[in-house]
Design a protein around this ligand. Structure first.
Ligand code: HEM
Length: 471
C-alpha cells in the first residue's frame, strides 16, 4: 500500500540531509572542516589511519551533531567512508557507519570494544546492564531477562493501560499543545506505576524528575561537582534514586506485585544493591526511548492520514488488553517500525576501544571513543528504497526491505547489548498509540516539517504543536 498522493514530493529532507534554509544552516555549511587523520597506524602495519574532520577549535562539528544528528553522520560517511572521525566539544569520536563496519564493532569478536556509554552520559547509570562488560554483563543479563517473560509483560501492560487511558482523557482537545511535553509526562506516569509500583503523584513524580536530571547531565560541558551545575544536580539525583530504590525493595518484595521492581526483587542471585541499580537503569532506558518512539509515530501518523485511518480501523476491531492483543495490531507495528527507522530513538551506540584494534583496515587506538551509527544505516539508499519517505509498507512480508542486511534496521541495537526491553518497548508504544487512535484524530499541515534535534534523544525543537479532535 502506498499512502502518498504525490510520489515526487520530497519529505523528511531534514532527516537525511543537512539543512540549508535557515541562516544557521548557511553558517554551519561554511564551517571549516579541517580534515586530518586521527592517529598514525603502528609502523610497518598495513592499516590506514582513520580520516575525518577537526572542524572549529574545541567546538569541532558539535553543533552540526546536535542540529542534524544522523544526517550529519551520513554526510561524514559519504565524505570519508564507513570509518571516519569528527570532533565535538573537545572530544574526538570515531564514527562507524554502514552495515559491514557496524557489524564488526557490535559483533566484537576479538573483544576490542567495551561499553562507551559511561564516558558520554556519565556515571549515573553505573551498575545497569549498558554500563557493564563481559563477563559480568552476561551473567547479570541472564538474571534480568527473567523479568521479561510473557506473563510479566502482561502484568506491566495491565498497569500501563490504566495510566494511559486516564492521562490521555486529560489531553487538551481543540487547542494547540506541546506534544513533546505531554508525551514525556505520559511516559513518566506509565514508568512509575508499571516499573516501580508507585503512583505518579508524589514520590513517582520525584523519581521521574531525578531520572530526567541524570539524563540532562549528558549534555553538560562542565563535568565538575560545582553547586548549581547540571553535573552536581545529577549527582544529587542519582544518590537520592539509589537510596530510594534500596529502601523501596523490602516492600516491593513483600507485595509480590506485577511491577518490574517487584518482579526483579524476587529473582534469585542479586544483592539488593544490584536490584536497585538494574531497576534504575531500566527506568532510564525505557522512559526517553519510548517517548521518542511515540513522538515519531504520532508525528508520522499526523502527516499521513491514510495510515492513521488504517491503524484506527484496525484498533476498532482488536481487543488490545494484553501482549497477544497488541500483537494483532499489525498496521501499527509497521508504522512504529518505519517511524523509528526514520527517527531512531538511539541513533548511535557508544563503545570504547580497550586495546589497539582496527575496523575495515582502519587503525583505532586503545582508549578511542567510537560511535556505532545504526541510525545512519537506516537512512542509506543502498539499503532502502527512497529512505526519506515514510513508507511503512517496506516492512511488509512481500517487500521486507529490513532483511536486506541484518544491520539495515537496528533501532534496538544488535549483539551482546541488544535492547532487552525491545518487546516491552514496542508493546508500550503500540498500546499508547492504540489508545490515542481510539479517542482522537490529528493532522499536521503539508508544509510542516518537524525540526528534529538530537541533544540526547531526538525530539522536535518546537515541542511538536498538535491539535487533537475527539472522534
Ligand atoms: C522504543 C523503545 C526502545 C528503544 C528504541 C531502545 C533502544 C535500545 C538500544 C539501541 C539499546 C542498545 C544500546 C547499545 O548497544 O549501546 C538498548 C539497550 C537496552 N535497553 Fe532499550 N530501547 C527501548 C526500550 C526499552 C525498554 C522499554 C526497556 C526496559 C523496560 C529497555 C531496556 C534496555 C536495557 C536494560 C538495555 C541494555 C541491555 C544490555 O546492555 O544488555 N529498553 N535499548
Amino acid at each position: 500500500m502506498t499512502a502518498h498522493g504525490d510520489q515526487t514530493r520530497t519529505e523528511n529532507r531534514g532527516l537525511v540531509e543537512m539543512g540549508s534554509d535557515h541562516w544557521l544552516d548557511a553558517l554551519l555549511g561554511h564551517t571549516p572542516r579541517r580534515p586530518a587523520p586521527l592517529a598514525a597506524p603502528p609502523a610497518g602495519s598495513a592499516l590506514e589511519p582513520v580520516p575525518g574532520d577537526r572542524g572549529l577549535p574545541f567546538i569541532g562539528m558539535g553543533v552540526h551533531t546536535v542540529r542534524y544528528g544522523p544526517a550529519f553522520l551520513l554526510a561524514l560517511m559519504r565524505r570519508h567512508g564507513p570509518v571516519s572521525w569528527w570532533q565535538a566539544f573537545g572530544r574526538k569520536v570515531v564514527a562507524v557507519s554502514g552495515p559491514e563496519a557496524v557489524q564488526v564493532v557490535l559483533a566484537n569478536r576479538d573483544k576490542a570494544f567495551a561499553s562507551g556509554w559511561p564516558a558520554v552520559i556519565g556515571p549515573w547509570f553505573d551498575g545497569g546492564l549498558l554500563a557493564m562488560n563481559a563477563p559480568g554483563h552476561l551473567a547479570d543479563r541472564r538474571l534480568v531477562q527473567t523479568a521479561y517473560g510473557e506473563e510479566a509483560l502482561d502484568g506491566y501492560l495491565r498497569a500501563m493501560a490504566e495510566d494511559v487511558e486516564e492521562r490521555l482523557d486529560r489531553w487538551p482537545v481543540g487547542r494547540r499543545f506541546r506534544l513533546v511535553d505531554a508525551t514525556r509526562e505520559l511516559s513518566g506516569q506509565i514508568t512509575t506505576r508499571a516499573f516501580l509500583g508507585v503512583p505518579h503523584e508524589g514520590v513517582g513524580r520525584k523519581v521521574v524528575d531525578a531520572v530526567e536530571e541524570c539524563i540532562r547531565a549528558e549534555t553538560a560541558l562542565a563535568r565538575v561537582r560545582l553547586p548549581g551545575t547540571l553535573w552536581h544536580r545529577a549527582h544529587r539525583a542519582r544518590t537520592w534514586l539509589v537510596r530510594y530504590l534500596h529502601q523501596a525493595l523490602p516492600d516491593a518484595r513483600a507485595r509480590a506485585g506485577e511491577d518490574f521492581l517487584s518482579v526483579l526483587s524476587r529473582v534469585d542471585g542479586f544483592t539488593d544493591r544490584q536490584v536497585a541499580l538494574h531497576a534504575l537503569f531500566t527506568v532510564i532506558a525505557s522512559h526517553d526511548t519510548t517517548t521518542a518512539a511515540t513522538l515519531a509515530s504520532v508525528y508520522f501518523l499526523g502527516k499521513h492520514p491514510v495510515w492513521q485511518e488504517r491503524a484506527r480501523a484496525e484498533s476498532a476491531g482488536v481487543v488490545s488488553r494484553d501482549a497477544a492483543g497488541v500483537d494483532r495490531l499489525t498496521t501499527l507495528d509497521l508504522v512504529v517500525r518505519e517511524s523509528i527507522r526514520l527517527v531512531s530513538p538511539s541513533p548511535i551506540l557508544m563503545r570504547v576501544a580497550v586495546k589497539d584494534t582496527d575496523v575495515l583496515g582502519h587503525h583505532i587506538p586503545a582508549g578511542q571513543l567510537v560511535s556505532v551509527c545504526t541510525g545512519v544505516n537506516q537512512l542509506m539508499p543502498e539499503l532502502w528504497s527512497r529512505p526519506d519517505r515514510f513508507d511503512p509498507g517496506r516492512f511488509d512480508e512481500d517487500r521486507a526491505e529490513d532483511r536486506g542486511h541484518r544491520l539495515a534496521w537496528a533501532p534496538f541495537g544488535w549483539g551482546a547489548h541488544k535492547c532487552i526491553g525491545m518487546r516491552l518497548g514496542m508493546l508500550k508504544v503500540k498500546a499508547t498509540l492504540d489508545a490515542l487512535l481510539r479517542r482522537y484524530e490529528w493532522s499536521y499541515p503539508e508544509s510542516y516539517e518537524a525540526p528534529w534535534r538530537f541533544t540526547s534523544l531526538p525530539a522536535p525543537a518546537d515541542g511538536l504543536p498538535t491539535v487533537l479532535r475527539r472522534i
